[in-house]
Design a binder for this molecule. Structure first.
Ligand SMILES: NC(=O)c1ccc[n+]([C@@H]2O[C@H](COP(=O)([O-])OP(=O)(O)OC[C@H]3O[C@@H](n4cnc5c(N)ncnc54)[C@H](O)[C@@H]3O)[C@@H](O)[C@H]2O)c1
Length: 116
């Protein structure tokens, strides 16, 4: 569920001015840790601004489900498996992103563990 922290972070990335002017339309973002939590919310919010998103995560089931939800709503999204703790997987995730979208405008390196 979306928390006030998520909303605050989304507003930090997608400023009200960006939303108003539609400045993000046609751009592409790579987001790590995007199967759930803040990363998934960011992917969803960016896709609503016309940004094509790559969801990179160790949890492919979750990333695939989030990408499918974005596509079902008319957005553009792919999921790619990437364990950010394993540097040998970074290049593959980046190459998959570039092959699909042809550009990288935003890299949101959000993957990690969080417990309150
Ligand atoms: N939620 C908060 O209030 C808060 C506060 C400060 C910092 N953070 C940081 O923000 C980030 C996201 O937080 P969240 O609350 O959305 O967490 P979350 O646990 O809900 O989501 C983390 C995501 O990262 C993925 N992930 C974990 N390890 C990974 C790895 N090695 N490679 C790729 N993906 C991996 C998980 O599968 C999951 O999709 C974390 O780095 C967290 O430490 C969160």
């Amino acid at each position: 569920m979306k928390s006030s922290t998520h909303e605050w972070l989304c507003d930090l990335v997608i400023t009200p001015r960006c939303r108003r002017l539609g400045r993000m339309q046609g751009r592409a973002a790579l987001i790590t840790g995007a199967s759930s939590g803040i990363g998934a919310d960011l992917a969803w919010q960016l896709s609503r601004q016309g940004v094509s998103v790559t969801l990179a995560d160790v949890d492919m089931a979750g990333a695939g489900a989030t990408a499918a939800r974005i596509r079902a709503a008319g957005g553009q999204a792919i999921a790619v498996r990437c364990d950010v703790a394993d540097s040998s997987q970074h290049l593959q995730a980046f190459q998959t992103h570039m092959q699909r979208w042809g550009r990288l405008d935003y890299a949101l390196l959000n993957a990690g563990e969080w417990s309150e």
